[in-house]
Design a protein around this ligand. Structure first.
Ligand SMILES: Cc1cc2nc3c(=O)[nH]c(=O)nc-3n(C[C@H](O)[C@H](O)[C@H](O)COP(=O)(O)OP(=O)(O)OC[C@H]3O[C@@H](n4cnc5c(N)ncnc54)[C@H](O)[C@@H]3O)c2cc1C
Length: 459
């Protein structure tokens, strides 16, 4: 080597020749720098030796042209009172409620954050937080969801449209994720991110837990009550509960950056009527893409739509950037989570209809109240039966998969309603676990008392 050539220079030459990566760690690791506290910091110092984790191996094999998975014991990761599968608005509220009620609570979430479509899907407007009761607008999303929205107010630029006379606030997704983490951790919920629940553990007609997959292999969690808040009813379907399946528009939300630097007048003249919906950050807008009606459980469809939507959004933004007034705009983000609106709906011990939700009807087993999209009509009481499977025991659902008729789906799947039904399911699961009874046998007065003590609004 030329004595005057530094290792960095050598690395640059190798990189230019396409040989960089193979040499990178060795060369860079040799370079040391001073860290913030004057400590030697090298890439090498971060790379540590650890023992190889020998995960159990039970590979599938082919017999008579069929792929066979051999019988095998599964390690039990943990036993718990309440296991919540899916950490979207409903699952998050369920977990915090159950843990605050004193139940040992776990959540399994396939991604790395709470919030589901609200945060990962960049659906930022919490619709149906309010309704009009006795001529007065009032907040129906209280309890866990209400507290979460309230906590946003302690930060600048974390929430807009929240206040005495305002409804349907929009939140900043990072703030929401931060606050969801905060409340989950304060409540003492054991969380497993990056774990995908794939099957159920059954004891006759009762769900006793779930099987989940992760980088650590396939494991089991045993629970007294499982709350299925996967949004898609993955768990109740695996357990064989009666349910319906629907197609709905599948979209992809994206965010535009530098909106405050764009010339909206010029863009309007060019035919761009809006740049999207307001966010707490003034320079950012979120843009909904509705998409075609499709099957959210079909992996080929999901893949196709992911490709199509991303390319459409990219090209759309590039076009805007070439339009006078739009030069500074850029595509800040496409949502990490595809926008699947509705798939499975549980057949519950009660199916709530749109007609009932628009009548001034009270249920003796009301456990939550849904709001009005425009805050103008009365809240709609939600009976416990929409969370309870007709026959299956050991399980409840909440969120966008509750037992409702097709017309009510547009109300029942909104974030506001998911927060309140999730809260109800978590509280019910805690009561069932504590009393050693089936979720369907939970004492309603006891459940309602718990919900009210946790701040829920029951009408
Ligand atoms: C494009 C679009 C726009 C929308 N716009 C609005 C709006 O403006 N306002 C509004 O209020 N609502 C809106 N909605 C509806 C709302 O966002 C959702 O219905 C709501 O978030 C559903 O909450 P959830 O908790 O039931 O389910 P989800 O939000 O879907 O959360 C489910 C969670 O479960 C996890 N999960 C799923 N399967 C598994 C598994 N097998 N194992 C482990 N984890 C799993 C997921 O990763 C996710 O975190 C919109 C929806 C879409 C798709």
């Amino acid at each position: 080597m030329n004595n005057h050539m530094t290792r960095r220079k050598l690395f640059q030459i190798l990189s230019a020749a396409g040989l960089g990566p193979a040499f990178a760690s060795r060369v860079v690791a040799d370079e040391s720098g001073k860290g913030p506290k004057g400590k030697e910091q090298t890439l090498g110092s971060m790379l540590q030796t650890t023992s190889v984790e020998n995960r159990p191996r039970h590979p599938a094999f082919i017999r008579d042209g069929k792929v066979i998975q051999p019988e095998r014991p599964l390690p039990v990761f943990q036993e718990t009172d309440v296991l919540v599968v899916g950490g979207g608005p409903a699952g998050w509220a369920a977990a915090v409620s159950a843990a605050r009620a004193g139940a040992k609570t776990m959540v399994v979430e396939r991604y790395g954050c709470f919030g589901g479509l609200w945060t990962g899907g960049i659906v930022l407007v919490v619709i149906s937080t309010h309704a009009t009761e006795n001529g007065q607008m009032m907040q129906v999303v209280r309890g866990m969801g209400g507290e979460l929205l309230e906590r946003h107010a302690k930060f600048d630029n974390a929430i807009i449209n929240r206040g005495e006379t305002k409804f349907n606030p929009t939140t900043d997704p990072e703030a929401t994720m931060f606050l969801m983490d905060e409340m989950i951790q304060e409540a003492g919920v054991k969380t497993l991110f990056h774990c995908w629940a794939t099957d159920v553990i059954m004891d006759g007609g009762t769900v006793r837990g779930v099987v989940f997959d992760s980088k650590a292999g396939r494991q089991a969690i045993l629970a007294k009550v499982v709350v299925d808040t996967t949004g898609d009813g993955d768990i109740f379907a695996a357990a064989g509960a009666e349910h319906a399946q629907r197609l709905h528009a599948i979209g992809l939300v994206h965010r535009l950056g530098n909106v405050d630097r764009a010339d909206l007048v010029k863009l309007k003249k060019a035919g761009y009527r809006t740049l999207g919906a307001l966010e707490p950050q003034p320079s950012v807008r979120w843009v909904n893409l509705r998409g075609p009606s499709a099957n959210g459980l079909d992996i080929n469809e999901l893949t196709r739509l992911q490709f199509e939507h991303r390319s459409k959004i990219w090209n759309h933004v590039q076009k805007m950037r070439k339009t006078p007034g739009g030069e500074s705009l850029f595509l800040l983000q496409t949502a990490p989570q595809l926008g699947v609106r509705t798939t499975r709906l549980l057949a519950g011990t009660y199916q709530l209809t749109y007609k009932e939700a628009r009548e001034p009807r009270k249920f003796p087993d009301t456990v939550a109240v849904g709001g009005a999209q425009n805050s103008k009509h009365p809240g709609w009481p939600i009976p416990y039966g929409v969370l309870v499977p007709k026959k299956l025991d050991g399980l409840l659902t909440a969120g966008r998969s509750i037992s409702m008729d097709d017309k009510l789906v547009e109300d029942g799947r909104l974030i506001g309603a998911c927060l309140t039904t999730g809260h109800a399911a978590g509280a019910a699961a805690a009561v069932a676990a504590k009393d050693g009874c089936r979720p369907r046998d939970v004492s309603i007065p006891k459940l309602q008392k718990l919900l009210v003590s946790q701040g829920a609004y029951l009408g």
